[in-house]
Ligand binder design. Structure first.
Ligand code: 5RP
Length: 225
């Protein structure tokens, strides 16, 4: 296993230490969450009773393969703990997410969770968000003009495509634009401006939604609170 994957595994294992029997868990998406799921699977095998709400088809598939019981969001109930990865993390606990295209379900689950733990290797830490292209999920209808509206805010907007050139379609049947606004001085304001555009479903800016960030750094896990 290379060093980055060792760090991903270390933070995935560490996040599992926060899990208690009886919890309903939000299961994030991505290669770091994969290691968290593998650790959870060991707990389930040992008899721990937990249920997971997956934030993507891929996570649901991994969880099923690993024998982790799944459930869905239900009225009047909250997820006890959500664990997810990130593409960029700033010092104010703001994030860019959605590199894997799962930002909408990830944000719905995060907003419903009593606690959100973010797990990442040190390469995800930045002083200011914005080097990683900001994913913005839009409805397919009129997506070309929605991209124009996004550009009018001062950024670029490139439709995410598959290798064959077809549009990438999210688990919700929507398109994604990867946007470049340069370094983002005020992520909250940019998020609000993007959300006000008709046709924009959600942005990959997660503004101070997390309580705890676990960073894998030089063979140790740093806990940021
Ligand atoms: C998917 C996400 C992921 O959490 C993010 O892309 C990080 O993924 P990885 O752990 O593979 O680096 O937001 O939509």
């Amino acid at each position: 296993m290379d060093q980055v994957n060792q760090l991903k595994k270390a933070v995935g294992d560490k996040a599992a230490e926060f899990v208690e029997s009886g919890m309903t868990l939000g299961l994030g998406s991505g290669s770091t969450v994969y290691y968290f799921l593998k650790k959870l699977a060991e707990f389930v095998k040992d008899g721990m009773k937990i249920q997971g709400v997956p934030t993507s088809f891929q996570t649901a598939a991994w969880a099923k393969k690993f024998g982790i019981p799944l459930t869905h969001l239900a009225s009047g109930k909250r997820v006890d703990l959500a664990v997810d990865g990130a593409d960029e993390i700033d010092p104010h606990f703001n994030l860019i997410k959605g590199g894997g295209g799962c930002l909408l379900r990830e944000k719905i689950v995060a907003a419903n969770a009593k606690c959100l733990i973010i797990i990442a290797d040190e390469t995800k830490q930045v002083a200011t968000l914005g080097k990683f292209g900001l994913p913005v999920e839009v409805v397919p209808f009129g997506s070309e003009i929605i991209a124009d509206y996004i550009r009018d805010l001062g950024g670029t907007a490139k439709m995410r495509t598959l290798e064959n050139g077809d549009p990438f379609v999210s688990d919700n049947g929507n398109y994604l634009f990867d946007c470049d606004f340069g370094l983002i001085d005020d992520p909250g304001q940019l998020h609000n401006e993007l959300k006000s555009l008709v046709g924009v479903v959600e942005t990959g800016l997660f503004i101070q939604m997390t309580d705890t960030i676990l960073i894998g750094k030089e063979n140790e896990v740093k806990v940021l609170k």
